[in-house]
Design a protein around this ligand. Sequence first.
Ligand code: COA
Length: 189
Amino acid sequence: MAKVVLKTFEREQLPLVEPWFHDADTQRWLGGPEWPREMLDLTDLPLGTFRGKTQTDRHRWLAWQGRCPVGYIDCGTFDRFTEWEGGENGRGVIDTLPLPTASLGYVIRPELRHQGYGAAMLDIVTRAPELHEIRLFVAGVDRRNAASIGCLLKAGYQPLNDQPDWEGMVYYARLRTARDATNGYSSSS
Ligand SMILES: CC(C)(COP(=O)(O)OP(=O)(O)OC[C@H]1O[C@@H](n2cnc3c(N)ncnc32)[C@H](O)[C@@H]1OP(=O)(O)O)[C@@H](O)C(=O)NCCC(=O)NCCS
């Protein structure tokens, strides 16, 4: 697997990342060039509740290979994982895993895709010292996003459900194991 180092993402690094959001796939699955700025703007807002779970922290990192920024990963942490049913007649929380959970969103620089960086980033984030209390790492993926699903599977995440939820999303998860601890982690902030 490719090797990357995670470093805290800072506002002055926005110009490094925003061009990645002109890419059609990034826009389709995450959003436009305003997305990383919106993530940063959340930093100073109070933590709250979302779909039956309480947010405990927020983190964001750039993944580097040497001096080259290769990806961005955003992470909200919560006191638990909930399966939510929304929409008309939605029942709200329909299942709960009472485990401290990290919810991940990510992008790899378009010209560097399919070289293993996505899988490497999803692997190394499980060993981030800031996430040492997290037991479950989760990413919600549109069932049509083959690249993201392939990348999650390669990094050892498995689907929590056979069927997509009310939004067409499947949640892929990886449990922290003793082997994960901080073993092999390389990062600075
Ligand atoms: C999803 C994304 C992060 C994957 O990053 P990546 O660095 O290209 O992924 P990897 O190289 O680690 O790929 C790992 C596996 O995923 C699969 N995969 C990668 N790209 C694929 C594609 N375009 N189509 C189908 N499968 C693909 C392959 O099985 C690959 O394994 P292999 O190299 O052994 O063949 C990247 O495509 C991206 O940034 N997409 C736009 C934003 C996005 O979709 N974010 C996720 C939102 S949930």
